[in-house]
Ligand binder design. Structure first.
Ligand code: ATP
Length: 313
């Protein structure tokens, strides 16, 4: 089926309009707060550090579809200080779930700052989006089970718990979890049911984070990282971190994690000479819409979803 059926659907039209209003609100807030909109390439030369890249035949070479702005953000942030991008990302998610698309959009923000400042930016941006939709998307929200009061009531600062506190809480709630493991979907969902507005989990262990995330100076086994979770059982909608900007520190971290610098030449080539604090985050647009519209499946948050078993709509 090409187009057609879904497109006539009232809910699908409301999703399209909410998406447009959401992006307009995000751009308005970011522009008014001094962020410059930038665009990195969609075809990138190397896989880098994330799993699940789509490989593309690029003449007689290989290229990959992009998953995020790093390492180009290193350059944009060094040159411009505060930047954002709104762009697609691609992940070869083999399993069809309620929250994974193979092509999704991201709102990515990065700037010369410590993680605490970046967390504040993230909560202000998300609160602004919610408040704007509560005024500008009243009619569209009526198509869903979401009351405008829920969005109006989103307040900063968002609740925060550390990864250590999250593990304690899960153990107290009877889950068989141990320190150092990733918070999988079931655990995230449980935590997310405990909150009525978006909240953060901070400081994940080094062992489950990307190599270029900065270590916590007070507890080197932890990273200066953060996930943003939606409440009501929706789970992760964004993630971010403070990034290592000193080449020497990055090489040391890679040696500790037994990563061969030769395998990360692409990333390393975008390291800057000047060291400065650099933090960033990425919010998945369809995950945010899924929560805002209280949708069961992420595929309802986009009109022509791309899923592991569907690319032909
Ligand atoms: P998850 O564990 O929930 O699959 P992740 O930890 O792999 O997500 P990140 O790499 O931190 O996700 O990506 C940042 C954000 O991008 C996520 O918080 C989410 O909003 C969005 N995102 C990531 N993968 C997908 C996907 N396959 N479909 C839709 N959105 C996604």
């Amino acid at each position: 089926m090409f187009g057609g059926q879904n497109f006539q659907n009232e809910k699908a039209i409301a999703v399209i309009k909410i998406r447009a209003k959401l992006l307009h609100a995000a751009r308005r807030w970011l522009d008014e707060n001094g962020y410059v909109e930038v665009h990195g390439p969609t075809l990138v030369p190397a896989v880098g550090y994330w799993l699940g890249h789509f490989e593309v035949k690029y003449f007689d070479k290989k290229a990959y579809l992009v998953q995020g702005l790093q390492p180009y953000a290193n350059v944009f942030v060094a040159w411009l200080g505060k930047i954002y991008t709104i762009a697609p990302a691609f992940r070869a998610e083999r399993v069809r779930t309620q929250r994974h698309l193979t092509e999704f959009w991201r709102i990515e923000v990065a700037q010369q700052c410590e993680l605490d400042v970046m967390i504040e930016v993230q909560e202000k941006l998300v609160a602004h989006i919610c408040h704007s939709l509560s005024k500008e998307a009243v009619e569209m929200l009526e198509c869903f089970d979401r009351s405008v009061m829920d969005l109006e009531g989103v307040q900063t600062p968002f609740p925060k718990l550390t990864y250590d506190e999250a593990i304690d809480l899960l153990q107290r709630d009877g889950f068989n979890v141990s320190w150092g493991q990733t918070l999988d979907w079931e655990l995230e969902k449980h935590l997310s049911h405990r909150f009525s507005q978006p909240f953060f989990i901070t400081k994940f262990p080094i062992s489950i984070e990307t190599f270029f995330h900065k270590s916590d100076p007070e507890k080197p086994e932890l990273t200066l990282s953060v996930d943003l979770l939606a409440p009501e059982g929706y789970g992760e909608i964004g993630s971010g971190a403070q990034r290592i900007t000193e080449k020497k520190v990055l090489l040391q971290k890679m040696a500790e994690e037994k990563i061969n610098p030769a395998d990360q030449q692409w990333y390393m080539s975008f390291m800057q000479r000047r060291a400065f604090p650099h933090s960033g985050f990425m919010i998945g647009l369809e995950r945010l819409i899924q929560w805002i519209c209280k949708l069961k499946h992420i595929e309802e948050a986009v009109v022509f979803p791309r899923l592991s078993d569907s690319v032909y709509s």
